[in-house]
Design a binder for this molecule. Structure first.
Ligand SMILES: NC(=O)c1ccc[n+]([C@@H]2O[C@H](COP(=O)([O-])OP(=O)(O)OC[C@H]3O[C@@H](n4cnc5c(N)ncnc54)[C@H](O)[C@@H]3O)[C@@H](O)[C@H]2O)c1
Length: 381
């Protein structure tokens, strides 16, 4: 691929994955070249709708296509690991939806394959490119929050009725949405904050017909994890089945000067709590104030700015988009970050070792819960 040639992208998996097609199509210097799904009819429908020339029902055949520079994987969770490794070994850049994998071994294999190939690997974590996260990060970087004292994430979702790989999934195997903001906010360019150990408790019990799939009995898993080189501890909570709760993917950041707290229910607004002091006393009722979260489309190339808004998303009816609150307008930011990494303008964030760390917090948390809350050290690659 020379500097003047377009980056040719292939998207694998066209459920959630289809939401990204028009974003790549509107990105300068990119050719949205190929798509892949197993079902020929669905493949052709998407190919005709978006005018995409190269179509594959077999992923291995797609990887043999020398024209493809980069793959964006949106397949079912059990396929993320092997598909990422195969693509890196075939010399392709890889963007993959969350989680990176479902075991420490899979994460390790991807990090090793990425290093051996020298290609880009980026886990496409929506939360750290959502407008809410970008807002809190901006407040922290500008000093508004002061010193960070504690971080909390939660992701509660009712997955009854979702595809076959979801029933009974250990909640913490899909924890990156609540883990990632806690680590990203403490990261600096080239110096990612990494989790070093985790303690997790499992609570309650899901239906027996769900437990048999993965042998994971808990309705809720709740973990605290230590961050390397920091005195800040983060807490994350996950549920997937048999718990009554509206969808919530939240992030709270408690600082010495101000704190950000996610809204309790959709259609409410988040709160900023400001510390009262002798010099600047604040009456108790005014300590907590609702805040308006701005959009960050201005950070993007003009052609894809509109995709931060749900109205511009082609497949805004997809369940993940509806339940996920539009993922905070993150999709075009993710595409931009990945392509900037492929074009050598900026390192991927999260890169392979960071993606592994974010994913393994959850994997090790589930291990801890299964051991009754023993502390588990997170492997360091
Ligand atoms: N906020 C987020 O980051 C977010 C939101 C939604 C979904 N996701 C992730 O995206 C992935 C897909 O979710 P979904 O709801 O679209 O799932 P889905 O099961 O509806 O769709 C999966 C797609 O992958 C294709 N596929 C399956 N196996 C394949 C194979 N071997 N080769 C080629 N294609 C194959 C299917 O044909 C289908 O198009 C999941 O892993 C999920 O975790 C992430």
């Amino acid at each position: 691929m020379s500097a003047n040639q377009p980056v040719r992208v292939a998207i694998i998996g066209l459920g959630f994955g289809a939401e990204f097609i028009p974003i790549y199509q509107n990105y300068p210097g990119v050719e949205m070249y190929a798509i892949c799904r197993r079902d020929q009819k669905g493949l052709d429908e998407a190919g005709d709708k978006y005018g995409i020339p190269a179509r594959y029902t077999d992923y291995h055949e797609l990887l043999k296509d020398p024209k493809i520079d980069a793959v964006h994987i949106n397949s079912p969770i059990p396929d993320h690991g092997w598909m990422s490794v195969a693509a890196l070994k075939a010399g392709k850049h890889v963007a993959c939806t969350v989680p990176m994998g479902t075991s420490v071994e899979e994460c390790r294999a991807i990090v090793e394959a990425q290093r051996a190939s020298g290609k880009v690997y980026m886990m496409m974590e929506t939360v750290v490119y959502s407008r809410e996260y970008l807002y809190v990060k901006e407040l922290y970087d500008k000093g508004v929050l002061g010193r960070l004292q504690f971080l909390r994430g939660s992701h509660m979702q009712d997955m009854d009725g979702w595809p076959s790989y979801w029933p009974g999934l250990p909640p913490m195997w899909y924890a990156t949405h609540c883990v990632s903001p806690c680590l990203a906010i403490l990261s600096e360019p080239g110096k990612p904050a990494l989790a070093e150990s985790v303690v997790c408790h499992g609570s309650g019990k899901i239906r027996d017909d769900l437990v048999r799939h993965y042998g994971s009995p808990f309705a809720i898993e709740s973990a605290t994890f230590k961050i390397k080189g920091s005195d800040v501890v983060a807490e994350v909570t996950r549920s997937l089945f048999d718990t009554a709760r509206q969808y919530r993917e939240s992030f709270d950041a408690y600082g010495s000067k101000a704190s950000f707290e996610w809204q309790l229910a959709e259609h409410q607004k988040p709160l900023i709590h400001t510390k009262s002091s002798e010099a600047h006393p604040i009456p108790e009722p005014e300590i907590a104030k609702e805040t308006e979260v701005p959009d960050y489309a201005r950070l993007l190339p003009e052609g894809i700015q509109r995709f931060t808004m749900p109205a511009a998303i082609q497949d805004a009816e997809h369940l993940s988009f509806l339940q996920g609150g539009g993922h905070g307008g993150s999709h075009p930011h993710l595409v931009n970050a990945f392509l900037q990494a492929v074009q050598g303008k900026k390192p991927a964030f999260p890169d392979a070792p960071t993606s592994a760390n974010w994913t393994m917090v959850g994997i090790c948390a589930h291990e801890s819960a299964m051991k009754g809350g023993d502390r588990v050290t997170i492997p360091n690659f």
